[in-house]
Design a protein around this ligand. Structure first.
Ligand SMILES: [Zn+2]
Length: 490
């Protein structure tokens, strides 16, 4: 093997390993740089008489800068699971002569028996899913074989939570700046409801529909929420709130003190209070087409459900009538055709019955046809209305809308009412046709709410602080998955 083709990366990895790990008889020396999982691995694979000693990479006195001498070793139960020793040193400078223990500051915090790695798990899991401390404790035991009481898991998580979250948030802000991601001014706005201790709360959120960055996201008691708050909220959404992304820092008193963001379009559902606010903000207003269509369908569905039930009843009746007719006809089989003698009352009665049933059958068939026609008509108009919002030019959409509007008197009542109402804000529902960069619906926000605050958690929290903390974790995940497409590590 020539040196030219030798796997140099493996050789250098070995050399590096030699600098950090030193195998002696019965002892493995690790420098303080070596991660805790390596110590655990070595402890697991080595015979019991081999001990692991962590020592300083560069044994120099932190007080006077003199050389240190090895002194004694101090036992440490890492994670109450792996026995390792820390080398202790004495300063060679006789006027200093301090005793120093290998600090392991990368692995563990002072006076703590659990490593940073383990203490981080609670918060890291919280980024993925809000689960109980009990379950977190179980997961740690399964994964690492370390039994930590639930209360300790909770303690670790809570003491590290603020640091963990704010570090990730800072990293996200930094990445956004580095990548030059700017707000597009096309903003989705919506509200979602939840409870804390059975009290109703509202979450109010605005999101950039292009790059999915969160502009503003607040929670408040439902009793304090009104259209005046919506106006304040929307106004703040158009300001740079990045310095206030930490929920513990309150918003400044007046939006005039903040930098403007780009403003263009606001996408909302159909609630009427939004209209004057968005006008005042001088923005284009796109009303979510999905909500519009739901508004149209709901009364129609009420009617069509009723019709479908009627149709089913009539069909059942028709079946029965047909059976009866068959029965009556069978009874008169083999009898002489022609006039029935006056005396034969039974035959006369049967004949009358048969005629009546045949009439009933005709009527039922007619009724069913009528219902079918009505249902088809509703389906036709449902499709027509959906189509309006799918045209690629405003002219076509307007033409189709006007065609319906001109037939108002001939439309089914439910459809006519909708078309009449749509006239009032039709222009606010077709902005997505005018401009391809405006979304047709507010589905992004619906998805945001579903992902960051799923239904199953909406009644679980006991404090505002708990919700806020949970939402910070979820927003980090949102940024990782939907904005930056990269996992944030700290
Ligand atoms: Zn010293």
């Amino acid at each position: 093997m020539s040196f030219k083709t030798a796997p140099t990366d493996i050789i250098s990895a070995e050399l590096i390993f030699k600098d950090y790990v030193d195998f002696k008889e019965n002892v493995i020396y690790l420098t303080e740089e070596v991660p805790d999982y390596v110590a655990k691995f070595l402890d697991d694979i080595m015979p019991d008489y081999v001990i692991i000693i962590y020592e300083m990479f560069n044994p120099v006195c932190p007080y006077c800068g003199s050389k240190l001498h090895k002194h004694e070793i101090k036992k440490w139960e890492m994670n109450k699971q792996t026995t390792v020793y820390k080398q202790r040193y004495k300063c060679t400078n006789s006027t200093c002569s301090k005793t120093i223990t290998t600090p392991l500051s990368k692995i563990v915090e002072k006076n703590c028996c659990y490593t940073k790695e383990i203490r981080k798990i609670g918060n890291e899991l919280e980024d993925l899913e809000h689960i109980s401390y009990e379950k977190k404790s179980e997961l740690i035991e399964k994964q690492y074989g370390i039994k930590i009481p639930r209360q300790t898991v909770q303690y670790h998580e809570l003491t590290k939570s603020e640091h963990y979250l704010s570090q990730k948030e800072e990293k996200i802000a930094q990445l956004i700046q580095e990548r030059n991601i700017e707000f597009s001014g096309i903003i989705g706005y919506d509200e979602s409801f939840f409870t804390i201790n059975n009290e109703k709360y509202v979450r109010i959120t605005s999101i950039d529909s292009k790059n999915h960055m969160i502009l503003n996201d607040q929670i408040m008691k439902y009793s304090d929420f009104d259209k005046y708050f919506i106006e304040i909220f929307m106004t703040y959404s158009l300001k740079d709130l990045t310095p206030y992304s930490n929920p513990n820092i309150p918003n400044p008193k007046h939006p005039l003190l903040l930098t403007d963001l780009k403003k263009d379009t606001m996408i909302t559902d159909g609630y009427t209070a939004y209209v004057p606010i968005i006008e005042k903000l001088q923005m284009t207003h796109q009303k979510c087409v999905f909500h519009k269509i739901m508004n149209q369908r709901t009364p129609v569905w009420k009617t069509t459900n009723k019709l479908e039930r009627q149709q089913e009843n009539k069909e059942n009746q028709l079946e029965k009538t047909k059976e009866k007719i068959q029965q009556l006809e069978n009874q008169s089989k083999g009898q002489k055709p022609g006039r029935i003698p006056l005396k034969d009352k039974k035959r006369r009665k049967n004949k009358k019955k048969l005629e009546k049933k045949k009439q009933e059958k005709t009527q039922l068939k007619k009724d069913i046809k009528k219902i079918e026609k009505q249902l088809k008509e509703f389906e036709y108009y449902n499709n027509k209305i959906s189509e309006i919002f799918n045209y690629d030019t405003v002219q076509k959409a307007e033409m189709e809308f006007n065609r319906l509007y001109n037939q108002l008197d001939f439309l089914p009542e439910e459809v006519a009412k909708f078309v009449k109402n749509l006239k009032k804000d039709f222009d606010k529902t077709i902005n997505h046709i005018k401009r391809k960069d405006i979304p047709k619906t507010n589905n992004l926000l619906e998805g945001f709410f579903k992902i960051t605050f799923p239904k199953k958690y909406k009644r679980r929290f006991r404090t505002e602080k708990g919700v806020k903390n949970y939402l910070r974790h979820m927003k980090i995940r949102w940024y990782e998955r939907n904005v930056l497409h990269e996992k944030i590590t700290i």
